[in-house]
Design a protein around this ligand. Structure first.
Ligand code: NAD
Ligand code: IPM
Ligand code: MN
Length: 359
């Protein structure tokens, strides 16, 4: 039976990169490798401009009804002056919480062809393959109370709350341990247990949950050290499991190890295996509309979608092989450009992936 994909292009470079990912899906569909129907809807700034709401009820309903969601990116300077509740980012966060997408997988994998594109020395990053498992529906992003108030003194007081239930920690740890069992069986739980009680509890739950996984080698690291270790010796990591905000920050850092943030895909999954798939980068307002954004993170997010939500692992493998082939052929968008390579734009990169897929 045909699987339903909801396509949410979003803002900035979102529509440009999503168009290339859709080309890849169309190519697989045309040859009968997958059976999907795609529907489009608005989210983020685009949705606000249309109806004054960054997450229209119809979009959330369509997302719930879909087997998988493909999202570009949301946000941009145009919408920054808006009230917090109307900002594009609320649309994305509303989708994550509305669908219960608590497990965010962000694989930092270095294509060997890009060892020169990283700002780190090739020997530091070659062979890099880390899976960051980021908790996505809890922590300081969603904790209550939150807000900004004006005190009697007249000055403003702003606050957010970092909080987790044990069950939320346990389920994300289980996701990380299950993934690690299929990889190097090593998990590093990143916290700030020396300062924050809630992450001391996180560490305790991580240890207790690991009792069910005797083969997993669990280690712990404070987040400040983890950020340093990621650039000092990133290959020491196999699977990293961490809180919502720490995972947000560490994954941008890890992206640069792979050459560019334009290379890092993600999957956000709920307990039912339904998922939303998006590059980890944002709407890149500085390059939007110029046709130069790297579409590979979005195309690789489609591969994750096929693997995790659409039961089409073979087609996923083919997409990843096609990306590798295009890199072998020396094609590079500006963000991963290096000497002797051929610089191409967003659409040419997408077309090349499709051609490699068909070859
Ligand atoms: P960003 O990730 O959009 O951009 C950071 C830098 O990386 C920019 O220089 C940009 O040009 C570059 N970059 C990002 N993606 C690229 C690609 N595919 N190819 C080439 N270069 C790329 O982060 P930012 O500038 O901090 O945020 C811009 C807007 O995006 C903000 O409104 C922010 O809230 C939003 N944002 C959205 C998401 C999302 O939708 N998931 C993620 C992060 C940021
Ligand atoms: C990401 C983004 C989002 C986050 C923002 C846009 C809400 O940075 O997907 O990494 O902080 O989770
Ligand atoms: Mn981020």
């Amino acid at each position: 039976m045909s699987k339903k994909i909801l396509v949410l292009a979003g803002d900035g470079i979102g529509p440009e990169i999503v168009a290339e990912a859709v080309k890849v899906l169309d190519a697989l569909q045309a040859e009968g490798a997958i059976d999907v129907t795609m529907e489009e809807a608005l989210v983020g700034g685009a949705a606000y401009d249309d109806c004054g709401d960054p997450l229209p009820a119809a979009t959330l309903e369509a997302a719930k009804a879909a087997d998988a969601v493909l999202l570009g990116a949301v946000g941009g300077p145009k919408w920054e002056p808006l009230h917090f509740s109307k900002r594009p980012e609320r649309g994305l966060l509303g989708l994550r919480s509305g669908l219960g997408l608590f497990a965010n997988l962000r694989p930092a994998f270095l294509y060997p062809q890009l060892a020169d594109a990283s700002t780190l020395k090739p020997e530091i990053v070659s062979g890099l393959d880390i899976m960051i498992v980021r908790e996505l529906t809890g922590g300081i992003y969603f904790g209550e109370p939150r807000g900004v108030e004006t005190l009697e003194s007249g000055e403003r007081y702003g606050y957010n709350t970092l909080c987790y239930k044990e069950s939320e920690v346990e389920r994300i740890c289980r996701v990380a341990y299950d993934i690690a069992m299929k990889r190097g069986k090593r998990v590093c739980s990143v916290d700030k247990a020396n300062v924050l009680e809630v992450t001391e509890m996180w560490r305790d739950v991580a240890v207790k949950t690991a009792a069910d996984y005797p083969e997993i080698e669990l280690s712990h690291m404070y987040v400040d050290n983890a950020s340093m270790q990621l650039v000092r010796a990133p290959k020491q990591f196999d699977v990293v499991v961490t809180t919502n905000m720490f995972g947000d920050i560490l994954s941008d850092c890890a992206a640069m190890l792979t050459g560019s943030i334009g290379m890092l895909p993600s999957a956000s999954l709920n307990a039912e295996g339904q998922g939303m798939y998006e590059p980890i980068h944002g709407s890149a307002p500085d390059i939007a509309g110029r046709g130069i954004a790297n579409p590979l993170a979005t195309i690789l997010s489609v591969a994750m979608m096929l693997r995790y939500s659409l039961d089409a692992g073979e087609a996923a493998d083919r997409i990843e092989a096609a990306v590798s082939k295009v890199l072998d052929d020396g094609l590079r968008t500006g963000d991963i450009m290096s000497e002797g390579m051929r610089q191409v734009g967003t659409a040419e990169m997408g077309d090349a992936v499709v051609a490699a897929l068909r070859a």
